[in-house]
Design a protein around this ligand. Structure first.
Ligand SMILES: Nc1nc2c(ncn2[C@@H]2O[C@H](COP(=O)(O)OP(=O)(O)OP(=O)(O)O)[C@@H](O)[C@H]2O)c(=O)[nH]1
Length: 854
């Protein structure tokens, strides 16, 4: 079968070459060569992409007959590429044919001819450049993607110029087989036609030199201009610089026209002295694609064509939908005609051409690490486009949506918008949201509501956004509305980030119950230090505590089965069901409790978390049950009486404390009446949610592991003297992929996962304290004054306590929940916030050169 497919392909390619249909020919031949490579045992596509390496690899292993067939293929491919004007690639293929033996005189001649052409003897050997232009949203990127995916065998470099500071188009371009991301240069710091012409030349030079040096010469370059660019100055670039002139040739200017909106833009009144870009783009076009024909009727198309020919009567026009066009119509057309341009504009070759953009058109965008909530985003964008669509020419975005493994690509031209998931995020790719707006909208003055924060979930994102704003001082950023507009104004006013850090020692943003605080110290430690703190109590239900254990007379203890002894513990680490827990017991009333339990043959008691308040101790309503598995009497020298091992069982709800007064009196242990906690969703299947939680935790684990800080597992164990100690087991097994797999997220296994999370949280607490110690030491060494030092200590202490409380609150919320679904959501929320935090930390660290921690 395989043999039939490549032989047929070869015959078709030969026939198409004879007829001069090189585009068809190369497509037949490419697939034929891929099939043949498989016959030779190579499944990669090196045969086309890295032909020299491929030949070197297979040549010693294949038969003489196979060498001859392969040689013929490379010769034919060389001929086709010459036909397409890709001499450099042809030289590579002829070279491969030669390396396969039997170089005949004809092949030698072909090779030397193309080599001569490549060296510059032949003007045709210049790399052809196509300028893609057309008003905002007319279909340029759609066309570019088509070109990149067409199987024409050419290696194409792309220069992407966007209006707006947040580049989106590079993410919308899907690299084709021969156009890798390394050949894409993005320029979004201005419009290519004016401010960044120097950058364009530099970009072109870099691209050409790099590709030549890497042995992968380019066969063409495409420059996608902004929708607001005037093509004349871009074209001029090809005559203005020696290097560019010697190595590149402008093949043609291809203008995309949005059939639906063109007339509106042509008729738009412009201020005095301002060019109408839509007119310029038509005037300079060598080819016009009248695109989006599906959106208008025949009469409208005829009118659009009439208007186009009034501006440019020689241009070739093709009607298209989704920019679908024959490549021959737009590439390798050698259409750019300087004589024609000079006829139209005799000052074309003069430098310093003056042209003025319509400065009422502005852009705004944001670029945030993390994910958005799709529903909120849709609501916000829907309202925005409805209200401002007439003024918003173009909106586009590539978004990371919660729970979606693909990139969500959003596009709007005026009010018409579409959005769909496209390429999947790479496993190690950072999830980033980019959104850009272009139009007659004064974003900064607040005409566009700054409700973007509603679309962004998680304070870490807001914080990262702020930090970016601080550090980049980009005035056009859509700023998530901070708690106080006063802060925002000042943020925008101060140009120097270091000054900002000095001036704003603290700020806070609260959204949807989440709070982000950032403290900045001008410390004498190591320059400015920025600390970002995110807390998220709001998303975790507060623990339910029973009323204070007041000093009141004991109620008589009824002997019903729901009554159990109670051992309240001020646990920093919650004891979770399924775990083992050791306790060192010394207090008289509790040694008595153990003795009573063993005497009665009943080995279980209740352990609630206890909170000391001014009104008295309070017990958490949800408490775990401890079952004694081993009891050791401690040596007489020890201050402890017993060291007891327990297994921890599912939580119960404490309905009533029977003898609250004895807690303060310490004369005996508490007894409580308990009720079982039954999951109200016991018969619901949560497989999907369980998998989602797993994914989230995996991401956290891999982020931490890749940061060289694998997570640890801690356990209470007895030491040599038999006493219980908290033992750090080091990095194994930790919150790693293996341990996650072992833990699982099903109903039965859920608590193992919670335990892993708790270990992770503890470890973070330790890292935090270590960081604090280092900072304080450094502050001391730097002679930081006692007041600053005390303030730093206080603040760090508060941070540590808050961290611990957050961890404990989550565990308590898990214990008190009566729904597996809710528990999954809670743990997932924690993992998501952690991912956002890690992203924010990375953003801050990147922006401050590693000087930040969070
Ligand atoms: N209905 C319709 N939509 C199209 C057609 N061609 C492109 N689009 C859509 O129009 C939107 C804009 O297309 P792009 O290719 O990004 O336009 P562009 O010219 O690169 O836009 P800018 O880079 O902003 O100037 C996208 O949502 C496309 O999917 C078409 O023929 N018909």
């Amino acid at each position: 079968m395989a043999s039939a497919s490549w032989t047929d392909g070869l015959a078709s390619a030969q026939a198409a070459t004879k007829e001069g249909k090189f585009f068809d020919a190369v497509q037949f031949l490419n697939s034929c060569m891929q099939d043949y490579a498989k016959v030779l045992g190579d499944e990669s596509d090196k045969v086309l992409k890295l032909p020299a390496a491929f030949v070197e690899e297979v040549e010693p292993k294949i038969s003489q007959e196979q060498k001859e067939t392969l040689r013929q293929m490379y010769v034919l491919r060389g001929d086709i590429l010459v036909g397409l004007g890709a001499n450099k690639r042809a030289a590579v293929d002829y070279g491969c044919a030669q390396a396969l033996g039997n170089p005949d005189a004809a092949l030698k001649e072909k090779l030397s001819k193309v080599q001569a052409a490549v060296k510059g003897a032949d003007p045709d050997s210049k790399i052809p450049v196509t300028v893609l232009t057309g008003f905002l949203g007319s279909g340029k990127t759609t066309l570019l993607n088509r070109i990149l995916h067409e199987n024409h065998g050419k290696r194409i470099g792309i220069i992407e110029n966007e209006f707006g500071e947040v580049g989106i188009d590079d993410s919308l371009i899907e690299a084709g087989p021969l156009a890798t991301q390394e050949n894409v240069i993005e320029m979004n710091n201005g419009c290519i036609c004016c401010t960044v012409r120097g950058d364009l030349i530099a970009g072109l030079k870099k691209m050409i030199k790099k590709s030549t040096k890497s042995g992968k010469p380019l066969d063409g370059v495409i420059i996608e201009t902004t929708g607001l660019a005037d093509p004349a100055p871009v074209a001029q670039t090809f005559f203005a610089d020696d290097f560019v002139q010697q190595n590149l040739a402008l093949d043609g200017i291809v203008t995309l026209v949005d059939a639906k909106h063109l007339l509106m833009h042509l008729d738009e009144e412009k201020p005095e002295g301002v060019e109408n870009e839509a007119v310029e783009q038509l005037a300079f076009a060598d080819r016009i694609l009248l695109n989006k024909c599906d959106l208008v009727d025949e009469a409208h198309l005829v009118e659009v064509e009439r208007r186009i020919t009034m501006i440019n009567d020689t241009v070739k026009i093709r009607r298209t939908t989704q920019s679908k066009v024959d490549m021959d119509f737009i590439l390798g057309i050698q259409a750019f005609n300087l004589d024609k341009i000079l006829e139209m504009d005799d000052g074309f070759l003069e430098d310093n051409q003056d042209h003025q953009h319509d400065d009422r058109v502005t852009s705004a965008g944001f670029h945030v690490k993390g994910e958005v909530d799709q529903q909120k985003l849709n609501e916000w964008l829907g309202t925005l486009l409805k209200e401002k669509g007439a003024d918003l020419f173009r909106t586009k975005g590539v978004l990371a949506v919660q729970g979606m493994k693909e990139k969500f690509v959003f596009q709007a031209v005026h009010m018409a918008f579409t959005g769909s998931p496209q390429r999947a995020w790479e496993p190690d790719e950072e999830r980033i949201c980019k959104l850009t707006f272009i139009g007659h909208v004064q974003m900064r003055s607040g005409n566009v509501s700054l409700k973007s924060s509603a679309a962004i979930r998680g304070v870490a994102l807001l914080a990262a956004c702020f930090v970016e704003l601080w550090l980049q001082q980009s005035g056009d950023f859509l700023v998530p509305e901070p708690a106080s507009s006063h802060v925002r104004r000042r943020l925008i006013q101060w140009p120097e980030p270091r000054q900002l850090l000095i001036l704003f020692t603290s700020w806070q943003v609260s959204r949807q119950g989440l709070t982000a605080t950032a403290d900045a110290w001008l410390s004498k430690i190591r320059g400015s230090k920025l600390c970002l703190r995110c807390s998220s109590h709001g998303e975790v239900p507060s623990p339910v505590f029973l009323p204070p254990l007041a000093d009141e007379p004991s109620a008589p203890v009824p002997p019903e089965p729901g009554t159990l002894p109670c051992f309240p513990l001020p646990l920093h680490r919650a004891a979770l069901p399924g775990s083992r827990r050791m306790l060192n017991v010394m207090e008289r009333r509790y040694t008595a409790m153990y003795e009573d339990l063993l005497t009665a043959g009943q080995r279980r008691f209740v352990v609630p978390r206890v909170l000391q308040t001014a009104q008295g101790a309070r017990l958490a309503e949800a408490a775990v049950v401890f079952v004694i598995t081993d009891l050791l009497e401690a040596p007489s020298s020890s201050r402890f009486r017993y060291t007891v091992q327990h297994t921890v069982h599912k939580p119960v709800r404490i309905a009533r404390v029977l003898n609250p007064g004895s807690f303060a009196k310490k004369n005996t242990y508490l007894r409580v009446e308990c009720l079982q906690i039954h999951d109200h969703d016991a018969d619901r299947d949560y497989w999907k949610e369980e998998r989602a939680l797993f994914r989230e935790l995996r991401e956290v684990a891999s982020l931490r592991e890749s940061a060289g800080d694998p997570l640890r597992r801690w356990e209470y164990m007895s030491d040599r003297s038999g006493l219980c100690r908290l033992v750090d087991h080091g990095s194994a097994p930790g919150l790693s992929e293996d341990s996650l797999n072992a833990a699982g997220a099903s109903r039965e296994e859920f608590w193992d996962l919670a335990e892993l999370w708790q270990g992770y949280w503890d470890r973070r607490g330790v890292a935090l304290r270590q960081q604090h110690d280092r900072d304080i030491l450094a502050a001391r060494r730097a002679d930081c004054g006692p007041r600053s030092l005390a303030e730093l200590r206080r603040s760090y202490e508060a941070e540590s306590v808050e961290h611990q409380q957050q961890g404990a609150a989550l565990m308590q919320a898990l214990l008190q929940s009566a729904s597996h679904g809710e528990r999954l959501e809670l743990l997932r929320g924690a993992a998501q916030r952690e991912l956002q935090r890690l992203a924010a930390v990375a953003a801050v660290a990147a922006s401050t050169g590693g000087e930040a921690h969070a």
